[in-house]
Write a new protein. Structure first.
Length: 62
């Protein structure tokens, strides 16, 4: 259990706290994109957590 929302995509899970904090859409996109690049998740941003391996889920939860 990595505290991910199963009904949201990887992108939406990663962006959740930024959106909750009221960050501008451009900043959310930039920060999630950069984190996805660093964590090697760029190809998985439109997938749901159930479609990821355990290690990928762990990286999304970071």
């Amino acid at each position: 259990n990595y505290a991910l929302y199963p009904h949201l995509t990887v992108f939406e899970n990663m962006a959740f706290s930024l959106r909750l904090a009221g960050r501008p859409k451009a900043e959310v996109n930039e920060r999630v994109g950069e984190a996805a690049r660093i964590l090697q998740l760029e190809d998985h941003l439109q997938k749901k957590p159930s479609q990821l391996s355990g290690g990928q889920r762990q990286r999304v939860a970071i």
